[in-house]
Design a protein around this ligand. Structure first.
Ligand code: NAP
Length: 373
């Protein structure tokens, strides 16, 4: 579906040409009226850490002054990621000063820019360049440096979820092992947002994926969905522990890279199947269990254990924004070629945020909650 977005050229005070905004079948219409109605900015704010459903409140949020380097952004959509939940709970590695607005990712449209802003103009679509912006709000003034421009033709849900999970998948497939077409990668939480991006990016590069998920009543449906994204093999945690799994490695080479978003026994099982001198990258700990490494994996296989955190990567490259931009350009290329779709998601109006928060914390939901502003 192609919706038309009318962008007001704030500086000229007139209506600019409508901008085409490919919506990929999802809600992506910004009406002209929507852009001009000056409702008070609102957002999901919290004054103390705790259960997100309890501590987050939808309230009016004052806009900061535009200043010279400020960019006034109308937020369009923002996902609820596990790290957003952990941040509100107070258990994440970086915590904002309170009170704070929730959300670290999302897509917005520039309404107005400060006089010294050179990289952005009204109508541009932007995503955060780093965590901590507080994206669960209808509009905000952000500093130019904290935003990254993305092309206008990216589907809404892809744009809203581009900056974290696909970037994480991209880096983990590029930065730890040299993978050639035909090599294989094993991952747990394969139905997660990161997992779906790994499957698609690996498939685009001709790399085989062995995808481990938890058993569930609709296992077949989830497995079929992952295969439709390009997954070569989808197996449950239980099957991965069985001796018969060795038959799988007659069809596919032992993985040189394992991607662990779960920890606990699940991570130990990934290690068991890793190739000699292979690498396991831990990027998440959904089971809240530590990673236990069998001594034999270290002595006899000499496996490498690494960690990855996208926020740290972005900070490490904050002086080299070109590297981040070139990754986003690559990812947008995959999206355009139909090789990278958004994760399965449910779009929820901001006002229904409590429903979305609850769904985001339930097991076996297999759908990313996206708040529509
Ligand atoms: N290091 C980084 O830079 C980075 C970047 C992005 C994400 N992450 C982390 O990666 C993980 C996944 O994020 P996401 O946004 O992709 O998640 P998501 O789309 O919300 O999916 C959550 C995943 O976690 C699984 N899960 C939930 N509870 C579990 C448990 N107790 N045991 C095993 N699996 C469980 C879910 O499986 P079911 O369907 O079976 O419930 C699902 O696959 C999170 O820990 C997140 O913080 C890290």
């Amino acid at each position: 579906m192609v919706a038309m977005v009318f962008v007001r050229a704030a500086r000229r005070g007139s209506w600019a040409r409508p901008v085409r905004f490919l919506c990929g079948g999802d809600v992506g219409v910004l009406s002209a009226a929507g852009m001009t109605t000056r409702a008070r900015p609102r957002g999901l704010a919290y004054e103390q850490h705790g259960d997100p459903v309890q501590v987050l409140r939808l309230k009016e949020i004052d806009l900061a002054e535009l200043g010279d380097s400020g960019v006034h952004v109308k937020m369009i959509a923002a996902p609820i990621n596990p790290s957003d939940i952990n941040m509100v709970q107070g258990t994440y590695a970086i915590l904002p000063d309170l009170p704070a607005v929730g959300g670290n990712e999302g897509v917005g449209q520039v309404l107005k820019t400060g006089s010294h802003v050179t990289s952005l103009k009204p109508g541009d679509l932007v995503i955060p360049a780093d965590a901590g912006l507080g994206t669960w709000r209808t509009e905000a003034v952000f500093d130019e440096e904290t935003l990254l421009k993305i092309p206008l033709d990216i589907p809404l849900t892809c744009a809203a979820t581009l900056g974290v999970n696909p970037c994480t998948a991209y880096r983990m497939l590029c930065d730890f092992e040299i993978l050639k077409p035909g090599d294989s990668v094993i991952q747990n939480a394969a139905n997660s947002g990161v997992g779906q991006a790994v499957i698609q990016l690996a498939a685009a590069k001709g790399i085989k994926t062995i995808n481990v998920i938890r058993d569930r009543p609709n296992l077949q449906e989830v497995a079929e969905r992952l295969k439709s994204l390009g997954a070569d093999h989808v197996i449950t945690e239980e099957v991965l522990r069985k001796p018969e799994v060795k038959d799988l490695f007659k069809k596919v080479p032992k993985p040189i890279l394992a991607l662990n978003g779960v920890g606990g026994k699940s991570a130990t099982e990934l290690l068991r199947h890793l190739q000699h001198k292979g690498t396991m990258v831990t990027y998440g700990g959904m089971s809240k269990q530590p990673v236990t490494v069998p001594v034999s994996a270290l002595i006899f296989k000499d496996v490498k254990l690494r960690g990855f955190w996208m926020s740290q990567w972005k900070r490490d490259h904050s002086q080299d924004k070109e590297k981040l931009e070139s990754m986003i350009t690559d990812l947008c290329g995959f999206i355009r070629k139909g090789q990278l779709a958004a994760p399965v998601c449910q779009q929820v109006p901001l006002a229904d945020y409590q429903v979305a928060l609850e769904a985001s914390m339930k097991p076996y939901v297999s759908a990313k909650q996206i708040l529509l502003m």
